[in-house]
Design a protein around this ligand. Sequence first.
Ligand code: AMP
Length: 399
Amino acid sequence: MKVLVLNCGSSSLKYQLIDMENESVIAKGLCERIGIDGSKLTHKPTGKANYEVEAPMPTHTEAIQMVMDALVDLEHGVIKSTKEISAIGHRVLHGGSKFTESIVVDQSVKDAIRECFDLGPLHNPANLMGIEACEKAMPGTPNVAVFDTTFGMSMPEKAYLYAIPYEYYEKYSIRRYGFHGTSHMFVSGEVIKFLNLDPQKGKVIVCHLGNGASISASIGGKCVDTSMGLTPLEGLIMGTRSGDVDPAVLQYIMNKDHIDINEMLTILNKKSGILGLSGGISSDFRDVEAEREKGNHRADVAMQAYIYRVTKYIGAYTAAMNGVDAIAFTAGVGENDKKTRKAICENLSYLGVKIDDKANDVRGEARVISAPDSKVKVVLYPTNEELAIARETVRLTTK
Ligand code: AMP
């Protein structure tokens, strides 16, 4: 069974065609600048040369058609006909409180994704466009929506409610949803198998440390708390996002600088985090670490604050679960940056965490990085959101 996985942004579309017999990627690629001059498809068929096409893509419909054409192309293609694609899995950002699970798309699902436009204004409209474009291009092929928010749906009320008047939850569904859900679901589930933990009771903290960053606590693969909130702005310090901030800071800056809430949120989303704390060096951790090594004080403090915030959340989530069996690192920084992993783990000696420097000298490979006598296992586990989406798609279309 072959599954196409799509991740549509407002002007981009990423895809992977996965053969679910052996979970191997047959082809992947990217459409860029959809709806803008200079649209381009980059198609990467496994075992063949990359293929680039520049052609107008006014909407996602043309982009999907170009992906289909590339997949069946005589020279660069990997399948004979799009009929070989059994189902399409779509990453959808926000499912609101309606969806506690991934779901096969029908009209009511599309209506619900539309209802969540104001909760995910940048992503949900693009996700829906991707679904509708696939319906046009491949009528009859099932589409499955895999929401970034469903992993957080198992959180108890005490974890997902904000301490604001309850009527805002009732009227507007204001609550903690959490994001990177597909990654947290995948990594927490895989780590339970990888470490042979109790499938019902294994307590895992997943640190998804990429440009966006979030952390989750789960028991038996079910989320009990996670750091992102109604939107991805809450929680850890990220590349450009502030994470947790006293909300009164917003009012103070807005009054002083005469800016409105939209400008303020742009500052918190795009100009803060490591970029802001480092005094504008970069949102890329590699640049900030390079400056830190040259002795740049702002870069040093930015990295210290980043590590401190992750450490505090691990402590909080260990308390929330009354213990932890495993801590997993994943995503760009988590999979590649041994120094940051080590610095976080060194702050966890009170939990009996001991990092093994030799084992930690690794990138992008599933591996235990704690010492054999560490009381809590620490692992590096590469995330694979596309595979998680493809597995959900198979599960829901082959019942
Ligand atoms: P992601 O959002 O998961 O793609 O992660 C992207 C982030 O990973 C970027 O901000 C990079 O700075 C960071 N990253 C990638 N490789 C490294 C590395 N070797 N050391 C530190 N950070 C890295």
